[in-house]
Design a protein around this ligand. Sequence first.
Ligand code: NAG
Ligand code: NAG
Ligand code: NAG
Ligand code: NAG
Ligand code: NAG
Ligand code: NAG
Ligand code: CA
Length: 422
Amino acid sequence: MPIAAWVLCAIVVSVLASIDNVTKPSIAADENGTLHINTTGRVMINGIDVVNALAQATQQLLYLSQSSTVFFSSTVVSKSTFGPRSVYAADLDGDGVKDIISASQDDGKVAWYRNEGSGTFSSQIVIFDGDNLVRSVVAADLDGDGDMDVLSAIGYDADEVAWYQNNGTGGFSGKRVIASNIKGAHSVFAADLDNDGDLDVLSADLHDNKVSWYRNNGSGQFSQRLVISDETEFVHCAYAADLDGDGDLDVLSASFDDDKIAWYRNNGGGDFSSQIVITTRTDGATWVSAADLNGDGHLDVLSASQNDNKVAWYRNDGSGNFSGTWIISTTAYGARVACAADMDGDGQLDIISASSNDDKIMWYRNEGKNGFSPQMIARVASGAWSVYAADLDGDGDLDVVSASDSNSEIAWHRNNGRSPFG
Ligand SMILES: *[C@@H]1O[C@H](CO)[C@@H](O)[C@H](O)[C@H]1NC(C)=O
Ligand SMILES: *[C@@H]1O[C@H](CO)[C@@H](O)[C@H](O)[C@H]1NC(C)=O
Ligand SMILES: *[C@@H]1O[C@H](CO)[C@@H](O)[C@H](O)[C@H]1NC(C)=O
Ligand SMILES: *[C@@H]1O[C@H](CO)[C@@H](O)[C@H](O)[C@H]1NC(C)=O
Ligand SMILES: *[C@@H]1O[C@H](CO)[C@@H](O)[C@H](O)[C@H]1NC(C)=O
Ligand SMILES: *[C@@H]1O[C@H](CO)[C@@H](O)[C@H](O)[C@H]1NC(C)=O
Ligand SMILES: [Ca+2]
């Protein structure tokens, strides 16, 4: 057995001689050239106590590896809307950062807030100010000129689906009506439903009990209303996604009075099947969306329902057969919105929700194996009505924008990652 031969090539140093009970510090190189520094005192390199620094860094790494949540810090964007019901984020002025858009029902406004970069927002810039209730807003390039236009549902009085054309730098045209006499236009969505390369418009029409679409000719000229279904009662939300994996977008609906989540198969070109029910047990269904929640490559369906305070999902086998109800929460009191977003950047889609009776913006971390654990984003002052995830400060993770109805507040919640300190 070879005896480990220590080759002392450095004279023992004794700089700490004044501290009498400290073991003599030493520096030595071993046979392999590894330098050994032995001391019970401090080791300073360029004025930095390296042992101490290392211990702190280790502590932090340990904390980060154990902490699986992400932290948010909330900032008010605007209180200039009255009864905001819908928020969205998109780059409206083409500067590469996402701006915030809101629709408010009590003052009938569609407005935006310019992101000055890294999450500082301008005061409100009004796009449309009418007397009517604006219930829903999204952004999409409807005329195919490369910028984000704005689309809205104007409910009850005017009952219109309308858009506002962006000139490229965030200057908007007046209201361009796509359809009027849509009784209770409640939600809008943009999607290429006839597979011709442009974005068509989908609406949920509350008082008409209809799900409708409007075919875009490519430059923002829309067809008459094309009814997909009248088999819904008090339909709150419509969404489009390819649920059967055949390459075209199918349509989903959430209807409040018949507690129903249903879909309509696109047979190609925007020819839709009759209603296929996913569930009739979402009491007061308010929202539906689709996302691959279990990572099997198929788009699952996600719902929010107000009366049973529920966020739930329905697993898709890939051909549009949905199995069971997978509960995410039954304590999202007055659930309004549920949609998917990877909040912790682990590659699995998490879920965010807004619930108006407990004023909460929540996220549910995807734990794998079909499990989700609830995490708080913010308790907004009152009546959390809408939520949308987008990277607003350009740091690569998803932040959250929310609208709370009762205190008329648009706020954003910065994702600080796994650090509580920002
Ligand atoms: C060294 O001296 C300090 C102060 O006199 C004392 O607190 C400490 O316990 C001593 N350490 C050892 C290893 O004897
Ligand atoms: C440094 O400490 C280690 C571990 O106690 C010991 O094996 C080694 O011989 C020491 N080196 C010197 C140069 O004192
Ligand atoms: C030096 O390297 C050899 C080969 O990797 C290894 O067996 C030996 O233990 C090393 N010596 C010391 C003091 O680490
Ligand atoms: C767009 O409209 C805004 C506001 O009216 C105006 O300031 C801007 O110059 C316009 N931009 C272009 C490219 O026309
Ligand atoms: C769409 O319709 C409008 C009005 O009829 C027309 O001016 C425009 O050229 C059409 N666009 C396309 C891409 O067909
Ligand atoms: C989906 O359901 C339909 C109708 O029940 C059935 O014919 C079909 O085989 C199912 N598909 C799969 C992949 O199970
Ligand atoms: Ca399809």
